[in-house]
Design a protein. Sequence first.
Length: 45
Amino acid sequence: MSGLTASILLDCRRQSWLAAKADLADADLLDVMDDALADVESWTA
């Protein structure tokens, strides 16, 4: 794996971790996401 590829992978991991941390800090967002998921699961074509 090239140094650039490894660097990109590490940055993706870092950004994913930061996004997950921010999501967990926002309880209202988690409620909205849970409601949206429930809507998708009950959706029929």
